[in-house]
Design a binder for this molecule. Structure first.
Ligand code: RFL
Ligand code: PHB
Length: 393
């Protein structure tokens, strides 16, 4: 078998890239380790930057997003129960974000794949990348006990943090940068109306809390938790009590409680691998970088990476120019690092760190009070939250 671009992984990065390449008439095959139900069932991101929704519209896969997505023109920040609003629209010249779950994005991308001739190979086991630094890289995998292989011009490594792509780059070439945070997020989904029409990021003495949603009738809430905590230690009532405490009396008192139907703990990490290209292998999305979820940047970074990569591949096939491919890693990393900075900063001012002494706590309080009172600080937060342009001029 032969194709132009072999895409490893059918998450947001891989599927968006497959659609972008299909729109350019470039042949691609997606090779995914799991099945569609598994990928679509993962409860993850909830907030789309305007650049991401624009991309989905450009690809013609946004009909449901436009019907069901919740446009948010602001968000609230709370500290010890007192909250204030950041007005994205007023601070960024009318920009906004859209609440639409990653699961819904994946469903839309999968539904539109077959009619566009996008081939996805599911349940591919033991995927290996070979001859990456030759003119004809090969991807091999096993499926139903059979050996399969695919020859290609380029490989797009879109297989997430634990994938095989980044691991296929020689250690001598790759530099990685990492921060592991000493806490995680315990998240629940419940079919109850959200406490507010926008998100609330709350810093509280007892730890961070986030009030988010998926729709007018479905809430997504998170609380910061210890890394050693178990889901079983958090029956619903304990979760609701702790959430309401951290959101403060006024907001907490308005929370509608109900049975959760999903509950999970996610560790927080910042990670970047450089460069994002080795020979004919290009990394995109979580395969190259991870952000803590505080700034809602993960899936959006996957989208901006593949927008750049698709442009570079189109330049190669349409115009015979490799300038885009040669510049891809530097161009993508410039944007990635700004999102890393924002996510790290937003995490550091909203969470309770074990070593947080009186001085550090006062600095957090001053930082949040500065944001509350300074239009310049609010504008900086807002322009990062709604998403920086693909590149600064
Ligand atoms: P994914 O989604 O991990 O997809 C990678 C795919 O590759 C497959 N795979 C392989 N396939 C073939 N061979 C192999 N050897 C393979 N190894 C792995 C996997 O099965 C999978 O299908 O990476 P991608 O596409 O780069 O997308 C990244 C996003 O999923 C991720 O950044 C976001 O979910 C992060 N994230 C958020 N992002 C946002 O933009 N906004 C948010 O509000 C937001 N909230 C979140 C989040 C992530 C969270 N968790 C659980 C990590 C909230 C949470 C709690
Ligand atoms: C979510 O709704 O899952 C969500 C929202 C905002 C974040 C992270 C996650 O910063």
């Amino acid at each position: 078998m032969r194709t132009q671009v072999a895409i490893i992984g059918a998450g947001p990065a891989g599927m968006l890239l497959a659609h972008l390449l299909a729109a350019e008439g470039i042949a691609a095959t997606v090779i995914e380790r799991r099945d569609r139900n598994y990928v679509e069932g993962r409860v993850r991101a909830g907030v789309l930057e305007q650049g991401t929704t624009d991309l989905l519209r450009r690809l013609g896969v946004a009909a449901r997003l436009d019907r069901e997505g919740l446009v948010h023109e602001g968000t609230s920040i709370a500290i010890d129960g007192a909250s204030f609003r950041i007005d994205f629209a007023a601070l960024t010249g009318g920009r906004s974000v859209t609440v639409y779950g990653q699961q819904e994005v994946m469903r839309d991308l999968f539904d539109a794949a077959a009619p566009r001739g996008i081939e996805i190979i599911w349940n591919a086991e033991e995927v290996t990348l070979e001859d990456i630094d030759s003119a004809r890289p090969v991807v091999r995998w096993r499926q139903d006990g059979e050996e399969n292989w695919l020859e290609c011009d380029f490989i797009a490594g879109c297989d997430g943090y634990h994938g095989v792509s980044r691991a296929s780059i020689p250690a001598s070439v790759l530099k990685s940068f990492e921060r592991i945070y000493p806490f995680g997020w315990l998240g629940i989904l419940a079919d109850v109306p959200p406490v507010d029409h926008e998100l609330i990021y709350a810093n509280h003495e007892r730890g961070f809390a986030l009030a988010s949603m998926r729709s007018a009738t479905r809430s997504r809430y998170y609380i910061q938790c210890g890394l050693d905590e178990q889901i079983e230690d958090w029956p619903d009532e304990r979760f609701w009590d702790e959430l309401c405490l951290r959101l403060g009396e006024e907001v907490g008192g308005r929370v509608t409680r109900g049975p959760s139907f999903e509950k999970s703990i996610a560790p927080l990490r910042s990670f970047v691998a450089e460069p994002m290209r080795w020979s004919r292998l290009f990394l995109a999305g979580d395969a190259a970088h991870i952000v803590p979820p505080t700034g809602a940047k993960g899936m959006n970074l996957a989208a901006s990476d593949v927008a750049m990569l698709a442009e570079a591949l189109a330049d190669h096939y349409r115009r015979g120019s490799d300038a885009g491919l040669d510049g891809y890693s530097g161009r993508a990393l410039a944007r990635v690092w700004k999102a890393e900075r924002f996510s790290w900063w937003f995490t550091s001012i909203t969470h309770r760190f074990p070593e947080l002494d009186g001085f550090a706590r006062r600095i957090q309080q001053a930082e949040i009070d500065y944001i509350r009172t300074s239009p310049a600080a609010q504008r900086s937060l807002a322009e990062n939250y709604v998403g920086l342009p693909l590149e600064a001029a």
